[in-house]
Design a protein around this ligand. Sequence first.
Ligand SMILES: Nc1ncnc2c1ncn2[C@@H]1O[C@H](COP(=O)(O)OP(=O)(O)OP(=O)(O)O)[C@@H](O)[C@H]1O
Ligand SMILES: [Mg+2]
Length: 297
Amino acid sequence: MDTARVPQPILEAHRVTFAYPDGTVALRDLSVAIPRGRRTAILGGNGCGKSTLFLHFDGILRPQSGTISLDGRPVRYDRHGLADLRRRVGLVFQDPDSQLFTANVRQDISFGPTNLGWSEADVRAGVDQAVRDTEIEDLVDRPTHLLSYGQKKRVAIAGVLAMAPEVIIADEPTAWLDPEMTAKLLGLLDRIAAQGRTVVISTHDVELAMAWADHVVLLRQGTLIGTGRPEVVFCDEVLVREARLVTPTILRAFLRLQERGLLPANASARPPRTVDQLVDLLAAGAEIRDELARVGS
Ligand SMILES: Nc1ncnc2c1ncn2[C@@H]1O[C@H](COP(=O)(O)OP(=O)(O)OP(=O)(O)O)[C@@H](O)[C@H]1O
Ligand SMILES: [Mg+2]
């Protein structure tokens, strides 16, 4: 496990345990720190507790033991404490049908900022910006219930963006999106992170986490099993299997190229995160080999 200290967590779960009313224990003594201003991906198999953790981060669920903290201060579960938490932390639910409930798309996106007590002009500006950011201009006047599932996901994301929270938590935001929309959404989440805001997503997609995240968290059966930079955490093939994931293709290629002697097996070499980075490494290796051949001849 990459044990490098996580700098300045903005959100933290400390020794959180939570069981649903039917007795299912979803989180077991779980401690997770979300680094401020970074892009974090939470991964793990079905039922490992990702959505349950996110519901704790937004104060919808309350730990039975342990604490959730924002900016180092434990969340207060009175009306003011929860209002403050939800102004600063926006959660996009895994299932958009849990989030969208008004008749049309514009009303739905306006609901959050209106509820925060914003002026009509500010609500309109926030909604217009969110609509542009998520590229749903063509959907704003449509009845929500007639949208496709992927369109509903984008509307649900717009509804949270419209409130301009400091921390955006999106539960499987790319599930059901087509590849073009997935790339656009990740670009949007990048721009949000570049503004210094914190973005947290859950996903089963290791390729996406590898290429996109600054920080990954691996869960299994409600406990933390790994955390750190993706190219470090995903190098541990045993850990990856334990999290019911697979090693990202780019890392598999890197490790096999090292095994075959086509890349130097230097333990301190930082593995590539993208195809371009792998190609750069291969090109650099080829240059060194050419140079050695010249010197040797
Ligand atoms: N309302 C509920 N009542 C009882 N058990 C629940 C409820 N919601 C979730 N669980 C259980 O809690 C555990 C954690 O579920 P959770 O939805 O947090 O997992 P997840 O990691 O988000 O899974 P997925 O990848 O399928 O979305 C699972 O065992 C699940 O069956
Ligand atoms: Mg889930």
